[in-house]
Design a protein around this ligand. Sequence first.
Ligand SMILES: *Cc1c(COP(=O)(O)O)cnc(C)c1O
Length: 395
Amino acid sequence: MMNSADASDASDAFGGADREQAARTNTSANSSNRPYLLLTPGPLTTSETVKAAMLRDWCTWDNDYNGLVQSIRSRLVHLATNTPERYTAVLMQGSGTFCVESVIGSVIPRDGKLLVLTNGAYGKRIAQMASVYGIATTVLDFGETEQVRAADLKQRLQEEGDITHVAIVHCETTTGMLNPIADVAAIAKVHGKTVIVDAMSSFGGIPLDVHELQIDYLISSANKCIQGVPGFGFIIARTEALAGCAGQARSLSLDLYDQWSAMEAGGGKWRFTSPTHVVRAFDQALRELEQEGGVAARYQRYTANQELLVNGMRQLGVYPLLQSKVQSPFITAFYYPQSERFSFEELYARLKAAGFVIYPGKISAADTFRIGNIGEVYREDIAKLLQIIEDECFW
Ligand SMILES: *Cc1c(COP(=O)(O)O)cnc(C)c1O
């Protein structure tokens, strides 16, 4: 029986090279807990110690648990900015979409208008949420393979002066595209707009500072670059902006302001049943992020993984959809190889049998599949994957 102290000891023992070694052992595709390595954009492969942290039941109104929640909130703010006094973190039940929806439904006033910059499914989903809530919405779409252009934003803001909020996806996971959030936020701010960033698949995996970037609301979830398990997400909010959102929510359970004020008043108490085991695993995942060397070190690992992957795939005649200058280090979309014999289902089945799960494509303009490299995934895993693809190459 493992209690929380054991889980902490286990993680503490994995200092430096030892932890790296332990992580590698953990990544073995033959581990009984892990029939395959997830090369997907989340849920992703987590460490054994993150999973072990869930082997205890927690009371939701006990001080120990609420203290853990407060500590997580504070560590998230410190991960997001060097100016933590201006920001707060709110944890929200559900998957990442629930958290994005809590922002969209809670921070835009009745007479507000949202501009969504889209170049993939997740941007479109934000516009869809706004439409469900009856929020006035306008969309600036860049197709599926073009980066968002900040200059176009400027023009749209001049044309439609009644826009109050601008939303953008940082890494559009549909393709792996990294969008220019710094330029977008800077222009939005010059025009006095509130900036909302869906950083679901990037936060924790790439250095950024919400205060420097002038972001008002940034959304991410437990099961992406922080490498926790699915069950909740979080919003990093500029406190002054969020404090003005009382009574605006169009949903009771997704009321971001109420969730925040209850957490503040109750010292870490969630309004409704919280995913206790998932929160405990997330605490462990945050420690492991720190042990790895923080966001900068994780960014380097992901970047090295992604470069190894793309270079190896090119040598096998499989090419990435995006140009490298707009490509994120988290997930890569590849064109299907140009062969009649190629079938994604066949590739998927062969790789799964060999211990790797990849991801189908999600765009209409081209036949693609995707390979993620976030989670407990190391160089040797990517090397092994490439070797298997070469050995199994049936097209
Ligand atoms: C994963 C992801 C989401 C949330 O998806 P869920 O399935 O609800 O967790 C939202 N936006 C982006 C960019 C994502 O990558």
